[in-house]
Design a protein around this ligand. Sequence first.
Ligand code: TPP
Ligand code: MG
Length: 556
Amino acid sequence: MRFTGAEIIIKLLEQQDIRIVAGIPGGANLPLYDALEKSSIKHILARHEQGAGFIAQGMARSTGRPAVCFATSGPGATNLITAIADAKMDSVPIIAITGQVPLPLIGTDAFQEVDIYGLTVPITKHNYMVRSVNELLSVIPEAFEIAASGRPGPVLIDVPKDVQLDALEIESWPEPCKAIKPFQPDSGAIRRAAKLINASERPVLYIGGGIVNSDAHSQIRMLAETNSIPVASTLMGLGAFDRNSPLYLGMLGMHGTRHANLALDRADLLIAIGARFDDRATGRVNDFCRHASIIHVDIDASEIDKIKKTNCSIMADATTALDMVLPMIKENKRTEWVAEISRIREENTAGLYIEKDIFNPARLIPLVGEEAGEDTIVATDVGQHQMWSAQAYPFSGSRQFLTSGGLGTMGFGIPAAIGAALMHPDKKVICFTGDGSILMNIQELATISEHNLNIKVIILNNGYLGMVRQQQELFYNGNYAGSKFQFRPNFSQIAAGFGIKNCCLNDSSDPIETIREELRRKGPSLIDVQISPTENVYPMVPPGAPNREMISGGLK
Ligand SMILES: Cc1ncc(C[n+]2csc(CCOP(=O)(O)OP(=O)(O)O)c2C)c(N)n1
Ligand SMILES: [Mg+2]
């Protein structure tokens, strides 16, 4: 039977078990849309290609499986770029399929021609420019294999319009591709790591997104509990370790807990697993874990020794490495170290001021978490509200917290929440956003409405680009250049215009009850919460300072 290139792409996506694709059509990908319409795949019409890219990310981050977005050539393709770069930084497997001008027009400045292949070389794990319809049979499955194998990441496939229209006789279809099985780590390195752990007096585990991607939760728990090792998590690792465990220190780094940063400063052994020594986590890097030897387990060889020289490195998937190392780990109660950790924790949390004002994020966010229940997925935008969410939301599992970590992209929250809601129609999705960030992909409220998604958008509305304002207050003598909004939109009216139920929490006579009601009700809502414009995120490590020098703004 004969199939066009466009039909081949769609058929191969179906084979890869893709049920939903987000995108926007245009001249150069119309053959693809023609074929899509005749398939079983559901199309989600985003209102901006960046939205489509982040919807795909929301699908991928919440499931761990590759997700797909479509855009046309030229401006459609360039609009995807931020979402692709974001996926690269946070190791998210998305596959972006862009239309391109026909092959004979490439290089002629044709209408809507842009070299998206060239533009995305540094921000994709791999990218393709397809030059013949035959290639599609290998390129599409291979793209899935690359996106999902090893350290996951984005893949772009640029398909000229004539390749989409060209037809091919096909007798048998290629097998769908899955992630390649992780390779076996070096057993000598595993033995050395076990020796270092058993010999250490003050070890700390530093876990990142790699634990989530590798589903290594039970192994990490076992290692921590067997050997009494306290655990600090990066932003990307939140939810991977039981927050109620006495061994859990919380998040480390710029807005981490004081006790996590101080424990790391005391450690004699750092066990970094699936974490990449990002500067937001390490603070001044020479001072990070200055008394510690370092074991680094990472699936990506290029991360090893990139920022910190290690004493023992294991290139491996976290689960595989931990499964090998665990039988060699001795039980150890570490009474002294555990007591010291308790003391550090106690000294830095006892008497901590407990916030009672519902309009303060430190009270509002945990309340939302308690009311929403454990099965809820949380997406955020970028700024103070993101850090407050990371600090205060009661996460109970991984893939529950979707946030733009490495790239820190404002505009991530709403479309990422959409992707999660599409893949988990039985779950509630909350999006904590800011009055700045929401405007960067607010058009996707139309997509929420169109599909009646169970998403609760909560705006922590401070009238500022708050995270910028905070840095200006603390490090630029209060010179609030460009961070105050001179005009403040009425977000409730905007939500109404998008057909979304809305309220301003400050107008409610019983705000707590209003939140409960909104969370109980199925379907979309937008809740505008006017918070103090001068509230800061604490603790905070000043940029460039060592983590032990975190400041608290009068709070503990
Ligand atoms: C696309 C993009 N542009 C600029 C920034 C720099 N930036 C980081 S946080 C922030 C302020 C965000 O404001 P808002 O969404 O209101 O959140 P708040 O900090 O007030 O909670 C800005 C401008 C960014 N992270 N992303
Ligand atoms: Mg703000």
